[in-house]
Design a protein around this ligand. Structure first.
Ligand code: WT7
Length: 564
C-alpha cells in the first residue's frame, strides 16, 4: 500500500482540482488584469502601480527587506514612486524599449526597484546571480549586449574589463564619496535628482520583459527570454499553487538571480498585492526563524537543501521560535524526499508541497495543491490549463508507470519565447510537436501524479551543484575490478540526492560486500566527496547505446523495479 496524505487545506483557493481542470480557460484569468479592459499593457503597472492608490493595498509592503543589519519596508505606493524615479534615470541614460539592462546586485531593495523601473521603460532586465565569477559575468554581458549594468562598487570588481561595445553605463549602488569614471553614475545621486512622475511605456503582451540565464548541459549559459504575457501564468499559480490570499505574507527564499526569485519572490506576489519578504545575506538558521516569527510569514516557498538544514539539529533550535504563522509551505528545484514531506507535517502542521518547473517554463507547471491528497515522492499534477505527459524519443505519449521524457503541450502564457542568440537550441525544445521537451526523465502513475527521476542530459544535481555522471563512471573504471559502470541519482533522505553506481565486474572478480566497500574507499581517496557513490549494485553488464553512451533510463527502471 502506498502512503497518501490527506489534503492539507480543503478551503484553499483551488478547491476542486478535477473540476478546475475540466472547465479551465486562460481567457478567464486574463479578465483579472486591467489591460483586459483598457488595452494598456505593462507588467509594472499590473504588479505595482495598480495597487498604489488603493487605500488598503497601496499601504501594504510589497517589499519587507531584511538582513542581519537592517530592515527596510517599502509599500506598493512607495514602490510606484521609486520605480518611476529609476525609470527616469534609465531614460536619461538613453535606455529605450527593448534595450538590455543587467542587474548584478546582492539581494537588496535596489534590485527590486531596478526590475520594476526597467519594465516601466520597456527595457529587458537581465538578472545575474550574485555569486557569479568574472568569466560567467563576462559571458552573460557579452551575450545579452546589455547597454547598462546596475551593480555595487564591490561586485564591479567581478565585472571583467571586456571589450565593451555595448555597455555604455554602469549604475553603482552605494558608491558614496567615490571618484566615478566617465561611464559610471551613482544610484543615490541619480535617484535623488530624478522626478517622481513617469509615463509608463505601454507594450505588447508579447514584448520581452526579462532575459534570464540558466546553466546549459554544454556549459554555455543559455538566456531564456520571457515576455509581459507571463503575468497571466504568474497570477494563476500564485493563487492556486502558492494559495495566496489578501492578508498573506510570502517568503520565497530564492535569489532574484534565479527565476524562482524573479517570479515568486517579486512579480507573482505583487500581482496579488500581498506582502513580500526578502531576506538578504547567507543562510543562518536563527536569523531565518526570527524573520518568519517577526514578520508572521504565512506562505513559505523554499528548497530541499533548506529543509535538510532545518532537520536534525536545527529542529531543537526552531523550538525557541514561534513559527505558527506558517500556513502553507512549498519546495522547488531538487527532489524532495518523502521523509521531508512527513517531517513538515510533524513540525509545522503542514506537509511540504513540492512544485516542478524550469527557467524555460517561466511558471510552476506541476504541483501539489493544498486541497489535493499528497503522494510523498511525487512532484504532483499539472496545473489546470497545462497538459503534461511522459513521451518517448519520437514524441509519442507513453502509458502510466513507464519512464520517458517529461513533456508539456506548448503554448502556456509564461513559456520562454526564445533562447537569446540561439534559435537552433530553442527549436530543439519544440522539435517533437506538439510538445515542449523538458529534458527531465519522469513517469506518471495511474492516478495522474508525476514522479521526477533525473535529467535526460545526464546532469545530476548533488547538494545544489550539477555534476556529469560520465566523469564519475570513468573514475570508477579506473579500478582494476571494474569492467563498466553506470551512474544515476536517487533521492536520499538526508541529502536530497545521492549517487548510485551500477557496476559490471571484470572476469575473475566476485560481487562481494567487501569489494563494494573497497570501491567506495577507492573513490574517496581519489575524488571529491561529492562524487563518491553512496550505493553500489553489481550487474552482469551496463546497458549502452550504439554510440556507447550509458542508457540511464534502463538503470532508473532497474532501480524502481519498472519494466526496463
Ligand atoms: C531543473 C530546472 C524553476 C525552478 C528552479 C530550478 C530540476 C525543478 C524540481 C522538483 C526535482 C526539480 C529539474 C528541472 N527541478 N523542480 N520539484 N524535483 N527536480 O530551475 O535551474 O531552471 O532547473 O531543476 O531537473 O529541469 P532551473
Amino acid at each position: 500500500m502506498e502512503n497518501i496524505l490527506p489534503p492539507a487545506n480543503k478551503d484553499a483557493n483551488l478547491r476542486d482540482y478535477r473540476q478546475a481542470r475540466q472547465s479551465f480557460d486562460w481567457k478567464e484569468v486574463e479578465q483579472e488584469f486591467s489591460w483586459h479592459h483598457t488595452g494598456k499593457v505593462n507588467m509594472a503597472y499590473e504588479a505595482i502601480d495598480r495597487h498604489a492608490d488603493d487605500p488598503t493595498r497601496g499601504q501594504r509592503f510589497c517589499l519587507i527587506y531584511e538582513d542581519e543589519n537592517r530592515t527596510e519596508k517599502i509599500t506598493y505606493h512607495q514602490m510606484r514612486d521609486l520605480s518611476n524615479k529609476f525609470a527616469n534615470v534609465l531614460r536619461k541614460l538613453g535606455v529605450e524599449k527593448g534595450d538590455r539592462v543587467s542587474i548584478f546586485l546582492p539581494r537588496c531593495p535596489e534590485y527590486y526597484i531596478a526590475m520594476v523601473g526597467c519594465a516601466k521603460v520597456g527595457a529587458i532586465f537581465c538578472p545575474l546571480f550574485e555569486a557569479l565569477m568574472e568569466v560567467a559575468v563576462g559571458e552573460r554581458l557579452t551575450d545579452s549586449e546589455a547597454n547598462v549594468l546596475v551593480t555595487t562598487p564591490e561586485m564591479a570588481r567581478r565585472v571583467p574589463f571586456i571589450d565593451r561595445p555595448y555597455l555604455r553605463h554602469i549604475i553603482l549602488v552605494g558608491a558614496k564619496n567615490m571618484a566615478l569614471k566617465s561611464s559610471e553614475v551613482s544610484w543615490e545621486e541619480e535617484m535623488a535628482r530624478a522626478p517622481y512622475d513617469f509615463d509608463i511605456e505601454w507594450v505588447d503582451l508579447e514584448d520581452p520583459l526579462y532575459l534570464i540565464y540558466a546553466f546549459g548541459s554544454t556549459g554555455n549559459p543559455k538566456g531564456a527570454l520571457h515576455v509581459h504575457r507571463d503575468m497571466v501564468g504568474y497570477l494563476i499559480t500564485a493563487q492556486w499553487v502558492l494559495d495566496l490570499r489578501d492578508d498573506d505574507v510570502l517568503w520565497t527564499t530564492a535569489d532574484p538571480g534565479w527565476i524562482t526569485g524573479t517570479v515568486y519572490g517579486a512579480f507573482a506576489p505583487w500581482l496579488c498585492g500581498v506582502e513580500n519578504l526578502v531576506r538578504g545575506g547567507r543562510f543562518d538558521l536563527e536569523g531565518w526563524c526570527r524573520s518568519i516569527q517577526s514578520h508572521r510569514v504565512t506562505v513559505w516557498y523554499t528548497a530541499p537543501t533548506v529543509f535538510q538544514r532545518l532537520m536534525g539539529k536545527g529542529e531543537e533550535l526552531m523550538k525557541g521560535y514561534d513559527l505558527h504563522s506558517l500556513r502553507h509551505i512549498l519546495s522547488v528545484g531538487e527532489p524532495l524526499a518523502s521523509e521531508v514531506v512527513y517531517w513538515g507535517r510533524r513540525v509545522f502542521g503542514t506537509p511540504i508541497h513540492d512544485t516542478w518547473w524550469m527557467t524555460e517554463t517561466g511558471m510552476i507547471m506541476i504541483a501539489n495543491y493544498p486541497s489535493m491528497p499528497i503522494k510523498p515522492g511525487a512532484i504532483g499534477k499539472p496545473l489546470p490549463g497545462i497538459v503534461a505527459a511522459v513521451v518517448d524519443p519520437q514524441g509519442e505519449e507513453l502509458p502510466p508507470l513507464t519512464l520517458g521524457e517529461l513533456a508539456i503541450k506548448k503554448g502556456w502564457p509564461a513559456m520562454m519565447r526564445g533562447i537569446w542568440h540561439d534559435e537552433e537550441l530553442y527549436r530543439e525544445y519544440f522539435s517533437r510537436e506538439p510538445w515542449y521537451i523538458s529534458g527531465d526523465v519522469a513517469y506518471m502513475d495511474d492516478d495522474g501524479y508525476f514522479y521526477f527521476q533525473g535529467r535526460e542530459d545526464d546532469l545530476i544535481k548533488v547538494a545544489g551543484v550539477m555534476v556529469g555522471p560520465t566523469e564519475i563512471e570513468e573514475a570508477l573504471k579506473g579500478h582494476p575490478a571494474v569492467a563498466d559502470a553506470g551512474i544515476i541519482s536517487k533521492p536520499d533522505p538526508l541529502r536530497g540526492n545521492m549517487i548510485k553506481a551500477f557496476i559490471a565486474l571484470k572476469p575473475g572478480f566476485f560481487p562481494t560486500k567487501r569489494l563494494k566497500e573497497e570501491l567506495i574507499e577507492y573513490m574517496k581517496k581519489h575524488f571529491s566527496p561529492r562524487i563518491v557513490p553512496k550505493e553500489i549494485e553489481f550487474r552482469s553488464n551496463i546497458p549502452r547505446s550504439e554510440e556507447g553512451t550509458v542508457i540511464r533510463r534502463v538503470l532508473k527502471a532497474w532501480e524502481l523495479g519498472l519494466p526496463a
